[in-house]
Design a protein around this ligand. Structure first.
Ligand SMILES: C[S@@+](CC[C@H](N)C(=O)[O-])C[C@H]1O[C@@H](n2cnc3c(N)ncnc32)[C@H](O)[C@@H]1O
Length: 293
């Protein structure tokens, strides 16, 4: 089987989350994906068991195949991380990892319309049983709400123009696919913006995806549960990919600093130049690590 996702900062993550040497230890990988990080941990530590969560059942199937040789120490669960911690017991786990966002698999293989470079049906749900898809957001939200989503979750300065163009176009016919949506956005923005560093649809697609999956709302709930279910002296590592995520993580840990947690990364760790060159999507990543007091 082919794995398309490059794990971000693999060495830094391994160096930040070290299980106790004596006895069995348990790590929760809250965002297993294709299992790149989990595989490294299982290979490195024979005393470690990994509970691996992912909202997306399709990607978890790939991780199961990858982890065959470690199956006895690998427990995959198709659940959202915030849901998982609602029922997790206190002070259970030694290590917890969050690698937020989506995987290259979603852009390249899922066929669910995460990429504006492909002609796919507009869906963008990580969990295919969720009630709201990207098609519902794009065709159903009132113009002002759509503009707010694009502004807030995409930090897109042309959010109002883009929302207006979407609403005008959807009156003609329902917007079903990524190619048409990308074209509408392209035409809606000023010509100079069309030839910038980012494709003009990048921010709007990110915004719709975050809205569809409720991504930001889940982070704080999950972090609170993770701290509760972490053993004293245990560690949490979080990799974020954009300022909206990083801000939530940073302030959540700052609020608990000194009282409940010790922040081990006063400044977040970032990928080396070598990694950024080899894996350009890693360039915006930030890794924050805390230890429970
Ligand atoms: C960046 S990828 C993880 C990559 C993985 N660490 C690796 O090295 O292969 C993030 C994964 O988290 C999953 N995910 C996103 N939000 C989630 C949530 N709230 N609960 C559980 N999984 C989630 C996505 O489906 C995706 O597979």
């Amino acid at each position: 089987m082919e794995y398309v996702h490059y794990s971000v900062m693999p060495n830094e993550v391994l160096a930040s989350l070290i299980p106790p040497q004596e006895g069995a230890a348990t790590m929760v990988d809250c965002t297993c994906g294709e299992g790149g990080h989990t595989h490294r941990f299982l290979a490195a530590y024979p005393n470690l068991r990994v509970i691996a969560l992912d909202r997306d059942p399709g990607i978890l199937e790939k991780a199961k195949v990858r982890m065959e040789e470690y199956a006895s120490r690998f427990t995959p669960l198709n659940i959202a991380f915030d849901e998982f911690f609602k029922t997790a017991e206190e002070e259970q786990y030694d290590l917890i990892l969050f690698d937020l966002g989506i995987s290259s698999y979603h852009y390249e293989e899922s066929g669910r319309g995460f990429s504006f470079r492909k002609g796919e049906t507009l869906d963008m749900r990580l969990d295919p049983t969720d009630p709201i898809s990207a098609m519902d957001v794009v065709n159903g939200y009132p113009e002002e709400r759509l503009a707010d989503v694009i502004y807030r979750y995409g930090e897109e300065r042309y959010s109002r123009r883009i929302a207006r163009a979407i609403v005008t176009e959807r009156r003609l016919s329902k917007i079903n696919d990524t190619e048409r949506l990308a074209q509408i956005i392209y035409k809606a923005v000023p010509p100079a913006y069309r030839y910038g560093y980012l494709h003009p649809a990048t921010r709007t697609f990110q915004a719709i995806r975050i809205e569809v999956n409720g991504e930001l709302d889940r982070i704080e709930v999950a972090l609170a549960g993770a701290v509760r279910s972490l053993k004293k002296g245990g560690r949490i590592a979080v990799i974020s990919f954009h300022s909206l995520e990083d801000r939530i993580v940073k302030w959540f840990f700052k609020d608990l600093e000194g009282d409940q947690v010790n922040i081990l990364t006063k400044k977040p760790l970032v990928p080396s130049e070598e990694e950024r060159n080899e894996n350009p999507p890693s360039r915006s990543a930030k890794l924050r690590v805390i230890e429970k007091l």
